[in-house]
Design a protein. Structure first.
Lengths: 141, 494
C-alpha cells in the first residue's frame, strides 16, 4: 500500500533521531499567551447587494474578451464583487497612501537600453500554432 | 522504496562524494518509485525521465573528474508554472497545454547550473488560482497522508503537486510559488517545510505571473537544512527581473548553538479566527509555551487588519489577473481556437476554450474593479487597506522579532468536502493565515509540528521582518529538532 510505503520511509529516516524523547503535548509551563477563544474581526460584516447591469456585462465581456455564457456565471461574478465590497467596512483616512509595491523604498534596477539578445526568431515563433513561412504570426484575414 | 531517497541533500551529497552512490543509480531508483506510486497521488503533470538520466550522467562524470557541483545528483521538481527550456509548461490549463518554453525560469536555471536534476513538472490549480490543487485539467493531486486514496484528502494548493512530490520522496526539493499562501498551504497539509522568502530575494523571471506584486517563488523540502541549501543556491539579484533587490545576497549559515534568549515572539491574537480547529490551537499553544520555556520572550499582540487581508487580496488578485491574462490571445503561443471568422472572434473563442470558469470569473471581476467608475472605489481602496495590513507588520516588528501563527486552520480536508464550496470560499478560508505575509512582502515558513487525531500533519507558521530569513530558519530548526515530526509519526506504530 502506498501510504504504508511512505510511512516506512519516514520511519527509516527517524533512526538517526531515536535519542529524542517524545514531545510532551499536554503540559504547559507558563500561562499561555495564545488566545484560547476566537477573536472577532473589528470590522462590520455588512454586504452590499450587487447587481451587474446588462450594459456592464456587455462592456466587461468586451474588455475581457471572455463571454458570460450562462446565468450562473453572472451570479458568480456578482458574488465575487459582493465579497470584495466588504472592504468598504474598513475605514481608510484621506492621508493613507496606496501601497502599490512592497519595494516602494528601493531603487529598482534598470538595465541599459541595449539589445542583449537576437537571432532567436525560431524560438519566438516556435509556440505559435499558425505561422507564415515561419516568420510571421498569423491573425484571421 | 529506497531508503536513500529519504536522505537530506547534504547526506546524499556525501554519499556521492564517497562513491557509495552514483547519481544515475539514485535517479533510476527514484523513477522506479515515481512510476510505482505517482498514479495514486497525481503529483506530476510531466515527467522528464530521459532528460533526468542525461543530467545524472553529466553529474556522474563531473564527480568522477573531481569537479562536483554543489547540487550534483540532487533531484528536484518544479511547479508547472515555471518555464523549463524544452519541457512543456502548462499551468494546469488548456491554454498552455502544449506550450514548450525556450528558456528557463531563473530560479530553476540556478538549480540546474548547480547540478540539480529535474524529475518533472508538478500539478497545480490552473495558473495557481486555488488552494487545493483540484482545478487542474490533469485532475486533482491527492494527499499522500490520505487514510484512503479512494476518498482522498486534498494536498493543499496551489503548489500541491510540489508538496506531494516532496512528501512522497519523488525528489529532494520542489519549487512552488506563493501569492497568497500557495507554497505554505500545501506544505502544511502535506507535512513538509514550505518557505516563502522576502519579496524580491528570488527572481520571478520565467515564473508565469499571477499577481506580480505578491508572487514569489517558494521552496518545499523535508528539512530546514535542505531549505537553506536550496535558498542559498537560488537567491539573489537577477538582471532579468527588475523587482529583485539589487543588493548581492549573502548565503545563510545556520548557527551551531542557536538559542532563543533575547528572541521576542509575538502571538497575533487575530489568528485565532472562526474555523480554527482545537487541534491546531493546541499545537499553537504548546509551541508558544515551548519557545518560552527555551528562553524566548513570548507575548500576545494585536494585528487588527489581519481580517482585512482577504478582501484586499480578492480585489488585487483579480485586477492583476485581468491584466496578466490579457496576453493569451492564441496568436503568438498557447491554445488557438479553430475560428478564422475575425480576429476578435478568434480571441474570444480561444479564451473561452482555454480558461476554466475560475480564471474567467477572475478576469471579469478584475475588469469590473478597474472600470473607470470603480477604480477608486475598489482598486485604490484595496491598495490603501493593503498599506494598513502592511503597517500592522511594521508596528509588530518594531517590538518583536518573529510571529508564530497557524498555517492552516485544520488538517487536510477531504476532497469531497472541499469541492462542495466554490473557489472563492475555498480560498477565503484557506488563505486566512498565509495571505497577510504576501500583502507585506515579509518572509514566512510553514513547519510540520505533529499529527492530528486523523493522523494528518498539523503545521505552524513563522513570520519575520524583511530579510530575517536567518532567524526564521534558526528558529524553525530549533523546533524541528525538538518536535521531530518524523519520529513522532513513528511512535504511532502504524
Amino acid at each position: 500500500m502506498f501510504r504504508r510505503n511512505i510511512l516506512n520511509l519516514f520511519i527509516q529516516r527517524s533512526y538517526c533521531n531515536i535519542h529524542n524523547k517524545i514531545f510532551n503535548w499536554k503540559e504547559l509551563k507558563y500561562k499561555t499567551k495564545v488566545p484560547q477563544n476566537v477573536v472577532k474581526s473589528i470590522f462590520e460584516e455588512k454586504t452590499e447587494k450587487i447587481k451587474v447591469t446588462e450594459e456592464e456585462i456587455i462592456l466587461l465581456e468586451k474588455l475581457s474578451l471572455v463571454d458570460l455564457e450562462r446565468k450562473e456565471a453572472v451570479k458568480v461574478l456578482e458574488d465575487s464583487i459582493e465579497f470584495a465590497s466588504k472592504i468598504h467596512n474598513i475605514k481608510t483616512d484621506q492621508n493613507i497612501e496606496p501601497l502599490y509595491t512592497v519595494l516602494e523604498n528601493y531603487q529598482l534596477k534598470l538595465r541599459e537600453d541595449k539589445v542583449t539578445d537576437g537571432n532567436i526568431k525560431q524560438d519566438v515563433m516556435k509556440n505559435a500554432v499558425k505561422t507564415e513561412e515561419e516568420t510571421y504570426f498569423v491573425s484571421p484575414k | 522504496m529506497s531508503r536513500i531517497s529519504n536522505l537530506s541533500i547534504k547526506q546524499l551529497s556525501r554519499k556521492f562524494d564517497e562513491k557509495l552512490l552514483c547519481p544515475k543509480e539514485h535517479t533510476l531508483e527514484v523513477f522506479k518509485n515515481i512510476k510505482r506510486n505517482n498514479n495514486d497521488i497525481n503529483a506530476f503533470i510531466t515527467l522528464s525521465e530521459e532528460f533526468a538520466l542525461k543530467k545524472a550522467e553529466e553529474s556522474a562524470n563531473r564527480i568522477a573528474l573531481g569537479k562536483k557541483l554543489k547540487l550534483d545528483g540532487i533531484l528536484v521538481a518544479c511547479k508547472d508554472n515555471f518555464c523549463t527550456k524544452g519541457i512543456r509548461t502548462t499551468c494546469g490549463s488548456i491554454m498552455l497545454k502544449n506550450f514548450v518554453p525556450t528558456y528557463n525560469a531563473t530560479v530553476y536555471d540556478k538549480l540546474e547550473k548547480a547540478g540539480a536534476i529535474l524529475v518533472g513538472k508538478t500539478n497545480l490549480d490552473q495558473y495557481g488560482m486555488g488552494s487545493g490543487t483540484v482545478d487542474s485539467i490533469f485532475g486533482p493531486t491527492k494527499n499522500v497522508w490520505s487514510e484512503n486514496l479512494n476518498n482522498p484528502r486534498i494536498c493543499g494548493g496551489s503548489s500541491g503537486g510540489s508538496a506531494s512530490a516532496v512528501a512522497a520522496n519523488f525528489c529532494s526539493t520542489a519549487l512552488g510559488s506563493d501569492t497568497g499562501g500557495s507554497t505554505r498551504n500545501p506544505a502544511s497539509y502535506s507535512g513538509v517545510i514550505g518557505f516563502k522568502p522576502t519579496y524580491g530575494l528570488l527572481s520571478r523571471h520565467g515564473l508565469i505571473p499571477l499577481v506580480n506584486s505578491m508572487d514569489v517563488p517558494g521552496i518545499l523540502t523535508k528539512t530546514v537544512d535542505d531549505c537553506v541549501d536550496i535558498f542559498n543556491t537560488i537567491a539573489g539579484p537577477d538582471d532579468l527581473d527588475s523587482t529583485t533587490i539589487k543588493k548581492s545576497f549573502n548565503p545563510i549559515e545556520l548557527s551551531e548553538n542557536f538559542n532563543l534568549k533575547n528572541v521576542k515572539i509575538g502571538i497575533p491574537k487575530e489568528y485565532n479566527c472562526e474555523g480554527l480547529t482545537s487541534e491546531v490551537l493546541e499545537a499553537w499553544t504548546k509551541m508558544a509555551d515551548f519557545l518560552e520555556e527555551n528562553g524566548a520572550r513570548v507575548e500576545e499582540i494585536s494585528m487588527p487588519y489581519t481580517t482585512a487581508s482577504i478582501f484586499v487580496y480578492s480585489i488585487l488578485n483579480q485586477c492583476e489577473v485581468a491584466s496578466n491574462m490579457a496576453r493569451y490571445d492564441g496568436i503568438e503561443y498557447g491554445h488557438r481556437a479553430d475560428d478564422e471568422s475575425s480576429t476578435e472572434n478568434l480571441y474570444s473563442k480561444t479564451r473561452a476554450e482555454g480558461f476554466n470558469g475560475v480564471v474567467k470569473n477572475r478576469i471579469l471581476a478584475g475588469n469590473y474593479f478597474l472600470l473607470r467608475k470603480n477604480y477608486e472605489k475598489y482598486f485604490l481602496k484595496a491598495l490603501k487597506v493593503r498599506r494598513l495590513v502592511s503597517d500592522d507588520f511594521k508596528k509588530a516588528f518594531s517590538k518583536i522579532d518573529l510571529l508564530l501563527t497557524p498555517t492552516t486552520l485544520s488538517d487536510a480536508p477531504l476532497l469531497s468536502d472541499f469541492t462542495k464550496n466554490n473557489n472563492r470560499d475555498q480560498c477565503a478560508v484557506q488563505d486566512f493565515c498565509t495571505c497577510p505575509a504576501n500583502m507585506a512582502g515579509v518572509p514566512a515558513l510553514s513547519i510540520p509540528i505533529k499529527l492530528s487525531s486523523n493522523n494528518l500533519p498539523i503545521s505552524l507558521q513563522l513570520m519575520g521582518p524583511n530579510f530575517s530569513e536567518k532567524l526564521i530558519f534558526n528558529t524553525a530548526k530549533f523546533i524541528e529538532n525538538r518536535v521531530d515530526f518524523y519520529l513522532n509519526y513513528n511512535k504511532l506504530k502504524l
